[in-house]
Design a protein around this ligand. Structure first.
Ligand SMILES: [Mn+2]
Length: 334
């Protein structure tokens, strides 16, 4: 491990044990496997260090992650209102402070924040910033922390950390699947993580409404820019008719990306706060840069943004920028 990284982990360790205020451990709105894995792992680590912490997210964690250690202790904002405000918080997998959504209401105005994240667009909003864009997942960073400061591993911690490695690499398939990720995963399996059962629950299990929604939206998939852009739209009506929830749209964008010849896949979802766009690219276009043009962010191959409604205008704006990006051989390349 390089020295500056080792120093960053020692600083984080010192920060965590420096005082006895309860630490709030928070991940982002609509948390995914990496967010929840890193959150439950950090909660467990803080307890192992002899300090007190509480977990909270703006949105309920999806039920398919209910095997995570401490899943039942991930609170809603309302449940912690009487215990707040909190003066210290660890943010995991959040590229900017606003990603915690309504959890902001639980923080005191002078709250001190430790920011642990792997998004290239992270704006270093913390007092402590452990931000590594080259890491596959926030869980990979947390696992490095565990090893750097010598926290005792156990099966629960291994299960939480393995979940983030698995889900953020799409089952060890995406470009962020490095030799190190695979070594880390093997170690976590040696520590008790169960690859088959975690993959079955975190990746493979679908609800019937989720499958109905998939069947419906795949029929209306559209190709643009000579087949290099594929677009899926999920209207509020489609969601309602399938009996599905927003979380059930997770993963839909990959079906668009998997079409032969498609370079960029776009998923547009109608939500209360606007049109949520998810971008995935196969190997050429930097979709983090694309998302930033719409005020969003993310990773080179996976990013997102929120656009103003209605759907048709959001679609037109996204396609306009994408066509310009794809017609310029240099722009957006990475
Ligand atoms: Mn992540």
């Amino acid at each position: 491990m390089i020295d500056s990284l080792a120093a960053a982990y020692r600083t984080l360790y010192g920060w965590l044990i420096a005082d006895r205020d309860d630490v709030l451990v928070v991940s982002h709105v609509r948390p995914d496997g990496d967010a929840l894995g890193a959150q439950t792992a950090m909660h467990r680590i803080i307890q192992k260090l002899g300090r007190r912490s509480a977990m909270v997210n703006a949105d309920h964690p999806p039920k398919r992650f209910d095997y995570l250690p401490g899943y039942a202790e991930i609170h809603t904002v309302e449940a912690l209102m009487s215990r707040g405000p909190y003066r210290r918080a660890v943010f995991v997998d959040c590229a900017d402070r606003a990603r915690i959504g309504d959890v902001e209401a639980l923080l005191s105005s002078d709250a001190r924040i430790a920011n642990i994240d792997h998004h290239a667009t992270n704006d270093r909003y913390g007092e402590i910033n452990v931000v590594r864009a080259e890491a596959s997942s926030t869980c990979e960073i947390v696992y490095d922390f565990v090893r750097a400061v010598g926290v005792a591993m156990d099966e629960a911690l291994a299960t939480a950390l393995y979940t983030g490695l698995l889900t953020d690499t799409g089952g060890f398939r995406y470009q962020n699947t490095s030799p190190k990720v695979l070594h880390d995963a093997a170690e976590l399996v040696e520590c008790g993580a169960e690859p088959y059962s975690i993959a079955e629950q975190a990746l493979e299990t679908m609800s019937l409404p989720q499958l109905r929604l998939l069947a419906r939206v795949l029929g209306d998939i559209q190709l643009y820019a000579g087949g290099r852009v594929a677009l899926i739209e999920v209207t509020a009506e489609a969601l309602r008719e399938a009996g599905a929830e927003l979380d059930d749209t997770e993963g839909l964008v990959h079906y668009a990306r998997n079409i032969e010849g498609v370079e960029v896949a776009v998923l547009l979802r109608e939500q209360d706060e606007g049109i949520k766009a998810s971008f995935r690219s196969r190997r050429r276009v930097d979709v983090a840069a694309l998302a930033q043009k719409f005020g969003g962010g993310g990773h080179v191959r996976a990013a997102g943004a929120t656009l103003a409604p209605p759907m048709a205008e959001a679609r037109a704006r996204v396609l306009e920028v994408l066509r310009a990006t794809l017609s310029n051989p240099e722009e957006g390349k990475r």
